[in-house]
Design a protein around this ligand. Structure first.
Ligand code: SF4
Ligand code: SF4
Length: 56
């Protein structure tokens, strides 16, 4: 299990600083999560203004 950032992301960057394992990085237009590193904690979803990170 890992969270995935949907294309509703507005690239605000808020989630990246909240991730305990630093697996969120800026991608092409949206931020992206390294699924292999994500520990499914949900912190990114808690700070996102547009609910872009979703559990898959
Ligand atoms: Fe990082 Fe947690 Fe979000 Fe996974 S669910 S990307 S570990 S903040
Ligand atoms: Fe995108 Fe939400 Fe992360 Fe901001 S907090 S970069 S909108 S996923």
């Amino acid at each position: 299990m890992a969270y995935v950032i949907k294309d509703t992301c507005i690239s605000c960057g808020a989630c990246a600083g909240e991730c305990p394992v630093s697996c969120i990085s800026e991608g092409d237009g949206i931020y992206v999560i390294d699924a292999a590193a994500c520990i499914d904690c949900g912190s990114c979803a808690g700070v996102c203004p547009v609910d872009a990170p979703q559990p898959e």
